[in-house]
Write a protein that binds this ligand. Structure first.
Ligand SMILES: C[S@@+](CC[C@H](N)C(=O)[O-])C[C@H]1O[C@@H](n2cnc3c(N)ncnc32)[C@H](O)[C@@H]1O
Length: 215
């Protein structure tokens, strides 16, 4: 690619991102440029377009195209107890503080398919905090939110999630409960103000958690 072509492409990308933020409110201007360009080109080609400017035109006039682009731009990788050290720190430092409050609200801004929400709900339940906590879970990607509402996770993944959970160092009494995990969860609702019930069970125990999750 010549320097001139690259310069033009940079202008086109900057204009497209500006158009998206002004038209739809989604701000991708700080995203890593290389991966962003790759994804923009992938969407442009999938739409049968030859320039980023043409993609801008389509996105501005066709909100369905924006939805498709949104799916291309959002990276939805997630697992339960994804960063065990976070949950360890949460139990040690945050939970004791939350116990001094009568009620807490926790917002997971980019929840993807919900694994982080359910992980946090489990920890909150084990810390005796779930009943006085409201978890809010949002995402720009409606498709992943739909899966988060279902709260269905494969047993294969649960093996990995269980390892993560064990590394998050719960107390010995809760460790035995997580050896095999079966999840039966449901998150529903589509408006920011509505709520739904999430329940999650671990086998071999009487543990059951319940929380309100608004998506
Ligand atoms: C890599 S996933 C992380 C999921 C989860 N928080 C975790 O740590 O496992 C990032 C999620 O954030 C969402 N996301 C990205 N930008 C967002 C924004 N501006 N507002 C809401 N969600 C966003 C994406 O759609 C994606 O599902």
């Amino acid at each position: 690619m010549s320097t001139e072509t690259r310069d033009v492409e940079e202008i086109e990308v900057a204009l497209l991102l500006e158009a998206i933020v002004r038209r739809y409110g989604f701000d991708f201007r700080e995203y890593a440029p290389a991966s962003l360009k790759r994804r923009l080109w992938r969407r442009a080609h999938a739409e049968g377009l030859e320039t980023i400017s043409a993609l801008q035109d389509r996105v501005l006039h066709d909100s369905a195209c924006m939805e498709r682009l949104l799916l291309d731009l959002s990276i939805n990788v997630t697992t339960m107890f994804r960063d065990p050290s976070f949950y360890k720190a949460f139990r040690a430092k945050v939970a004791p503080l939350l116990k001094t409050y009568p009620f807490s609200r926790i917002w997971i801004a980019g929840c993807s398919t919900g694994e982080e929400v359910y992980s946090l709900a489990i920890v909150l339940e084990e810390e005796g905090l779930l009943e006085r906590t409201r978890l809010y879970a949002t995402d720009i990607n409606e498709a992943v939110l739909e899966r988060a509402r279902l709260g269905v996770f494969s047993l294969e993944k649960m093996q990995e999630y269980t390892q993560n959970y064990l590394q998050s160092a719960p107390s010995p009494s809760t460790t035995s409960r997580a050896t095999t995990v079966r999840s039966s969860t449901g998150v529903s609702s589509s408006t920011p103000s509505s709520r739904s019930t999430t329940s999650s069970r671990t086998t071999g125990s009487t543990s059951s958690t319940r929380s309100s999750v608004a998506t």
